[in-house]
Design a protein around this ligand. Structure first.
Ligand SMILES: Cc1cc2nc3c(=O)[nH]c(=O)nc-3n(C[C@H](O)[C@H](O)[C@H](O)COP(=O)(O)O)c2cc1C
Length: 166
């Protein structure tokens, strides 16, 4: 454990290690061409506003999946359940068909993929996006949403996945 006086500047290693101590949920953002959908895993998903109903996600400008999702104008946020680490890892790589062999259904408002057995899904149209350093800060307007499963969520903390059983 670092002394409180050490490593206080936000160089990238320190930034990642300090911010990595904040537990996050694990969410797969899906969308794009329904014939060849796109998706990536994020930890930066959060709720923002009730009226209108808004959520936010931060997407790296280097994301290869985001341009296709953005051009569709909508996305579905799939909240992973405990036990879905493998799915998280599959969506944390760049390129390839991440949906090959997966079962998913179209979300009701936007048709974006809802992955099987997720804890919850939130179907959104893109409301606004902002430049935020090397990321985009994207707001989504929630059109439909559902919590499919009671029970646990998948949590990411200090570089590893943890099942949170409730
Ligand atoms: C737990 C976890 C959380 C992540 N959170 C984000 C995030 O909030 N925003 C982001 O752009 N990438 C995030 N990533 C990294 C992307 O998933 C990764 O860069 C992926 O390869 C992007 O795929 P793409 O190039 O197909 O878009 C996260 C990865 C993991 C494992």
């Amino acid at each position: 454990m670092a002394d409180a006086s050490e490593l206080t500047k936000p160089h990238s290693e320190n930034f990642r290690s300090v911010l990595g101590r904040l537990p996050t949920g694990v969410v797969v953002i899906t969308g794009g061409d329904p014939q060849r959908p796109s998706g990536l895993v994020v930890g930066s998903f959060m709720s923002v506003s009730l009226e209108p109903p808004l959520v936010a996600v931060c997407v790296a400008r280097t994301s290869t999946s985001w341009p296709a999702i953005e051009s569709g104008g909508s996305f579905c946020a799939n909240v992973l359940a405990e036990g879905q680490q493998q799915l998280a890892r599959a969506f944390a790589v760049s390129g390839g068909d991440k949906f090959a062999g997966l079962s998913f259904t179209p979300a009701p408002a936007t048709g974006s993929p809802v992955l099987a057995d997720v804890a919850a899904w939130i179907d959104c149209r893109i409301y606004q996006h902002y430049e935020a350093g090397d990321h985009w800060l994207v707001l989504g307007e929630v059109l439909e949403l559902s919590g499919l499963r009671d029970g646990g969520a998948l949590v990411f903390l200090s570089g590893s996945f943890h099942p949170l059983i409730s």
